[in-house]
Design a protein around this ligand. Structure first.
Ligand SMILES: [Zn+2]
Length: 264
């Protein structure tokens, strides 16, 4: 689960924009650790030689493969720059002159014209933010666009270590609690969100839930997702996934609930 969000902070943002970002120095000094793993160019204000850093570097080696194999996609080899800051102040200093609209976010992915860029600052559990933002970056390397709710749903799905994705995300407990209160997430409503400011915490959870259902639920739902992503990839009009599910999976809302009731 995402760590507590300071009161003035907003959840992560994935921003598709044209920005010029250059220079090798941070706002407060030189990067002290720079590495390239797969397509990720990582530069950090702190050493990655501790246990968390080493585990993260190992995960960088497999994250693209995980996303590609799980979703049936092929991402480009375009580099993804990962900027890690020692603390929130340094992160905000850096962003304030480069991506000022992202300063209030706890983490950031920016799709540039030359490469994707991820910005995360060190705090307890920061590796979750790194996986989350890098998932956005990989998705945008694989698809010409990603519907907002699906972008966040997949990023939430892949933000936990691989061994926890099927049954270990804290969203699962939240869904189970919500089911006592007649949880009934509307995919149509999620699809109507066009801006991150419209996404509530429960929208992130429900986007995760639909993504989880589509990946681990009935094969016919999985097929609908696969066809949908294929159409996006090749430039066919993809329309709304909710409409495709309604046409191909009778009682899909009940199926979603059943999926989580049966999940061990
Ligand atoms: Zn996100």
């Amino acid at each position: 689960m995402r760590p507590p969000v300071p009161s003035l902070s907003l959840p992560c943002a994935a921003i598709a924009m044209c920005v010029l970002l250059s220079g090798s120095a941070t706002a407060r000094g030189e990067w002290v650790d720079m590495r390239t793993v797969d397509i990720f160019e990582i530069r950090s204000e702190f050493s990655l030689n501790d246990d968390v850093g080493q585990a993260l570097l190992t995960e960088f080696q497999r994250l693209r493969d995980d996303v590609e194999s799980t979703l049936g996609l092929e991402a480009s080899n375009d580099l993804i720059e990962v900027n890690l800051f020692a603390n929130r102040g340094s992160y905000q200093d850096f962003l304030s002159v480069r991506v000022p609209e992202g300063v209030s976010r706890v983490a950031l992915f920016v799709k540039g014209t030359d490469r994707g860029r991820v910005y995360v600052y060190r705090h307890r559990g920061y590796e979750t933010d790194v996986r989350h933002e890098c998932t956005h970056a990989i998705l945008h390397n694989a698809l010409p666009y990603v519907p907002l709710w699906l972008d966040e749903g997949f990023a939430e799905y892949f933000e936990v270590p691989a061994s926890e994705r099927a049954t270990g995300h804290s969203h699962l407990n939240s869904v189970r609690r919500a089911m006592y209160l007649r949880w009934n997430p509307s995919l149509t409503e999620l699809e109507s969100r066009s801006d991150l400011t419209e996404m509530s915490g429960s929208d992130y959870r429900d986007s995760w839930a639909w993504a989880h259902y589509l990946l681990h639920g009935p094969v016919e739902s999985r097929q609908v997702l696969s066809n949908y992503l294929y159409d996006i990839r090749i430039g066919n009009p993809a329309g709304m996934l909710s409409e495709r599910l309604a046409q191909n999976v009778p009682g899909v809302r009940s199926q979603l609930t059943l999926h989580f009731k049966n999940l061990k």
